[in-house]
Design a protein around this ligand. Sequence first.
Ligand code: SAH
Ligand code: SF4
Length: 361
Amino acid sequence: MSINLLDLDAAQLAGFFAEIGEKPFRAKQLLRWMHQFGEADFSKMSDLAKPLREKLSARARIEAPSVISDNAAEDGTRKWLVDVGNGNAVESVFIPETNRGTLCVSSQAGCALDCKFCSTGKQGFNRNLTVAEIIGQLWIANKALGAVPKGDRVVSNVVMMGMGEPLANFDNVVAAMRLMLDDNAYGLSRRRVTLSTSGIVPAMDRLRDACPVALAVSLHASNDALRDALVPINRKYPLSELMAACLRYLDRAPRDFLTFEYVMLDGVNDGAGHARELIALVRDVPCKFNLIPFNPFPGSGFKRSSRDDIRRFADILIAAGLVVTTRKTRGDDIDAACGQLAGKVEDRTRRTRRVVEIQPC
Ligand code: SAH
Ligand code: SF4
C-alpha cells in the first residue's frame, strides 16, 4: 500500500524525501502543492522534475477523506459530513464572520470520555482520526470555499472542537496542527488555532511542550462532586490538578489567558451559588468564560438553562471582573454543531437545535 502524504507533517515529509533520495526543499514544494494549492495529482506539479513526479506516483498518494454531504445554512455556516469508513462519519463546520472564518474540526470518531450532556460521548468511542482525516477537513473546506488554488485565506481560524477529545488522539492532532501552523501549508498563527479539552492533565502538559496553541478547557462545573458526575475524567484529574495544569500551560500559551467553556444546564450547574464557586475556583487563572447554552438531544435528560438564567449567571461572573461571552446559535437550518455531532452516517438526518462554537481570536 502506498503512503498517503496527507498523513505527514513537514518534518515527516522531509524524512520521507530523504528516504527516497530527494532534497528537503522538494518536500516544501510538495507541501505547498498539497496544502496551499489543494493539488492531489503529482503529474500537475509543474515545478517538480518528471522523474520525481514518477517516483512519487509509484510510492505515494495524496488522499483526502471523501465528503458525504455538504450543506450551507442561510447565515453562511457550512457543514461537511466527512466519511471515515465503516459507516462512520464526522462533521466539520465553517462559520464565516466579518473579519474571520472559523473551521470547527473533529479529532475522533466518537469519544470515550462519556460526558453526560454530550451526544458524541453517548455514542462511545469508535477510533482516532488519522492526520489525513484531520487535516483533510481543512483541505475539503478550502476546496469547497474556493480558497484553492488561489491560496486565499478563507479559513483564518481553526477550533479543535468538533467530535472527539483531541488530546486523546495526541500524536495525530499535534501533527495536523503543525501543518495548520506551517508557512508552507496553512500558515495560521498559534493564536488562531484553539484546542478544546475536557482536561486530560498530563496531555495538557505534553501539548504545552509539543505545540502550544490557544487552549479552551471544558469546565462545566464549579466543584469536584458536580464535575465528577458531568465530566467523568474529573475523577482522574480533579479541579485542583486541572487549575494547576492551566497555570502551567499559560507559561507557554500564545495568549495570556485561556478560555473556560461552561455548558448551561437548567437546574444543574447554573445557579448563583455555582457562579460564586466558579469565581473562587478560577481566582488565580487568567481566563475568559464562554457560556454554552446546552444543545438538547433525545434521551439526554438535561434541559437548556433559560435565557434569563444564563444572563443572571453571566452577570455574577462579570461583576467579579471576569470576561464572559455567551455562544451564539448558528447554522440551525443545517444542524451545524460542535460538541453534538453526527456519529454514524445513518444518524445524520437527526434534527436537533444546535450551536456552533465561535472563539474570538
Ligand atoms: N472533547 C473536547 C472538544 C469537543 S466538544 C471537549 O470536551 O472540550 C466542544 C465543546 O462542546 C465542549 O466544551 C463540550 O463540552 C461542549 N458540548 C458537548 N456536548 C454539548 C451539548 N450537548 N451542548 C452544548 N455543548 C456541548
Ligand atoms: Fe468527549 Fe468532549 Fe463530548 Fe466529553 S464533551 S464526551 S470529551 S467530545
